[in-house]
Write a protein that binds this ligand. Sequence first.
Ligand SMILES: Cc1cc2nc3c(=O)[nH]c(=O)nc-3n(C[C@H](O)[C@H](O)[C@H](O)COP(=O)(O)O)c2cc1C
Length: 244
Amino acid sequence: MNLNDTIKTQLNHRSIRHFKNQQLDKETLNTLYEVANHTASSQFLQQFSIIHVTDKNKRTKLAEICNQPPVSENGEFFIFLIDLHRNVKLRQEANLDDGRLHTMDLYLQGLSDATLAVQNMYLAAESLGLGGVILGSIRNDIRAVSELFNLPDMVIPALGLQIGIPDEEIQQKPRLPLSFKVFENEYQDNLSTQDCQLPQSKDMGLVTHDLTVSGNNATSLLPHYTWLHHWVVGSTHLTNTFTH
Ligand SMILES: Cc1cc2nc3c(=O)[nH]c(=O)nc-3n(C[C@H](O)[C@H](O)[C@H](O)COP(=O)(O)O)c2cc1C
């Protein structure tokens, strides 16, 4: 494998949900914002914005929406927004109609812009020795989030990102082998249900734990096939509120 510092950081990734009671300094925050701002954007339309949530009451409300208490605790919290509003305004000021801004295509461009900005900022934070977690659970109640942050029309919450100085040791979660995810020229349908139910991982050699999930560490010790099966088929995660 070709390794450099960036790739080592990427391969060392794990979500961190508990942080030390220490805020990030202005320079670090600014660095992270600059990185997000330099992310590629579809058609150079830059259709995302970020809200840094510093108000404790708003963090508490967000934790309720996300159904995740740590959201109200330590670490900085950022909401990444799909922001088509700015471009609507720019066009209005030029006496133009909304053009294609109300189309699904442009909405999806905004979603990918916001998502890539999240990942870029997240990776920059990890490269600085910080940790964090992406939170899709802010979308458990999009209307409540929109009201809480006074979002105008054409601005939609995409993802939350909580970042801080890690206050927990987290084991890396195993990934499916590349042979299940990387194909050449055509789709290979080689992930069988039987593979997913293997009690022992072929590649990881990890001990099979009780399928009762008692926290991130418990899930991370499951062999990857069994783990995937548990989450996709055997649990309520695909229908109910996301908890981890
Ligand atoms: C788009 C997206 C949304 C996520 N939403 C949540 C979330 O709402 N709550 C949470 O605890 N983790 C969330 N995560 C983190 C995933 O649970 C985590 O990345 C996954 O379990 C793999 O673990 P790892 O990041 O430690 O490798 C999200 C990750 C992504 C990419």
